[in-house]
Design a protein around this ligand. Structure first.
Ligand code: PMP
Length: 440
């Protein structure tokens, strides 16, 4: 018996022993195509020589020096690279070890910013239904995934949830996507007015929704309107790109495609590509300046901030993207995978929606395409699809987004950026095999 405390205690997963490009290999020698990069993490696959070398070299030189005492070359280099590539004004980079930590830091930074500029009444967080921002208590409170929140609800700080921009479920009959986007964004304004604008601290949203309902892209103009509303009421806009950032949707930051710049953006997952745990929060020069010229101290921190080996990993990942033009491959393979999914499974009577951007694609399963009625949650369709796909040698990520209070069934595909055309067929064939076994 192993003494590991697994999340799923009644299942006995195989032991992963090696990685080879886009594949993971278990102890029995079986190969699995990593069609979801774990949870949108392994963007460079599992055997990237450059990243492995960069991490080893850094550990040989200096693995860790606590940021209470030192800065380091790799942390500075990575911060410079990110700031130079980030949308306008996001000039300061705060390193953490993962996505939830990045979100916690963002929420606390927002609060401290308002204290520093003399607006202590600003404390309300507005977030979205059908969203996920992490599992620590602050990040969980800001997320709208009812299933994840429910057991811990008495421990969560109060947040206000507005509808997510989820066109497949929300767009009204006869309404254009643009009109739907505007109508949904305007719900933020209504929430701000209801709470009292002078009490609202921030609005947090995933630029492209990930871990709740699978690759939900915003309607055109939605985020431009959100930006306008935040500006109008002095509310900070935090975009959570922990899953959709770092090239996943075809641009380094997903918000580049929305033509807006947030006040704070969070990233993780793809930044370390699975070779090291690292995340970051980037904030505007204005926020940084307010604190620098105020108390001069961000009242938040973790032991592994700016870990040198993790930062060296991030530098090597960004260099790999650029030297090998991998984000262009995300756009190319993403378009091909989407076409293949639409032609091979798009007409399936239980496929309600295929959506996403770049190599961040979601498939939503329904009982009936016309009514969009979800399956009975007790059938556990998404979980069964994950299992059947895994047996067929494909890793895909099942989602438990809530639809009208019930758990829906979605599968997220987020394969490595290094995939080639043959992998498009492999993903679609294996997914079809799993669907044939599981769907009624
Ligand atoms: N934000 C988003 C958008 C995420 O998708 C996730 C993880 N799925 C997190 C935050 C939390 O990240 P972590 O699991 O690294 O704490």
């Amino acid at each position: 018996m192993s003494h590991v405390f697994p999340r799923h205690m009644k299942t006995h997963p195989p032991k992963a022993v090696a990685g080879d490009g886009c594949y993971l290999i278990d102890a029995a020698g079986k190969r699995y195509f990593d069609g979801s990069g774990g949870a949108a993490v392994s963007c460079l696959g599992h055997s990237d020589a450059g990243v492995r070398k960069a991490v080893k070299d850094q550990i040989d030189k200096l693995a860790f020096a606590h940021t209470g005492f030192f800065t380091s070359d790799p942390a500075e280099e990575l911060a410079d690279m990110l700031a130079a590539r980030a949308p306008g004004g996001l000039g300061r980079v705060y390193f953490v070890s993962g996505g939830s930590e990045a979100v916690e830091a963002a929420l606390k930074l927002a609060r401290q910013y308002y204290l520093e500029i003399g607006q202590p009444d600003r404390r309300h967080i507005i977030a979205r239904k059908q969203s996920y921002h992490g599992n620590t208590l602050g990040a969980l409170a800001a997320g709208g995934n009812e299933w994840r929140r429910e057991p811990f609800a008495p421990l969560l700080i109060e947040t206000t949830l507005v509808p997510a921009c989820y066109a497949y479920r929300g767009q009204a009959e006869g309404e254009s996507l643009e009109e739907y986007g505007r109508r949904t964004a305007d719900e933020l304004e209504a929430a701000i007015l209801k709470l009292g604008p002078e009490t609202v601290m921030c609005f947090i949203a995933e630029t492209v929704g990930g871990a709740t309902a699978g690759a939900i892209t915003p309607a055109p103009g939605y985020f431009a309107r959100i930006r306008e509303i935040c500006d109008k009421y002095g509310v900070l806009l935090i975009l959570d790109e922990v899953m959709c950032g770092m090239g996943r949707t075809g641009s380094l930051f997903a918000c580049e495609q929305e033509g807006i710049s947030p006040d704070i953006v969070t990233i993780a997952k793809g930044l370390g590509a699975g070779y090291q745990p690292i995340g970051a929060m980037l904030c505007s020069n204005e926020i940084y300046g307010a604190i620098e010229h105020g108390t001069g101290f961000f009242q938040h921190g973790h032991t592994y901030l700016g870990h040198a080996a993790a930062a060296a990993c991030g530098v090597a990942v960004l260099k790999a993207f650029e030297e090998r033009d991998l984000i262009a491959n995300v756009r190319d393979k993403g378009a091909k995978l989407r076409v293949a999914l639409e032609s091979e499974v798009g007409q399936h009577p239980h496929v309600g929606d295929i959506r996403g951007r770049g190599l961040f694609l979601g498939v939503e399963f329904v009982v009936d395409r016309a009514t969009k009625a979800p399956f009975d949650p007790s059938l556990g369709i998404a979980g069964k699809l994950k299992k059947a796909a895994f047996e067929a040698g494909l890793i895909c990520y099942p989602m438990s987004g809530t639809i009208d209070g019930r758990r829906g069934d979605h599968v997220l595909l987020a394969p490595p950026f290094i995939m080639d055309d043959t992998h498009v067929d492999e993903i679609v064939t294996k997914l079809s095999t799993a669907m044939a076994q599981v769907l009624p």
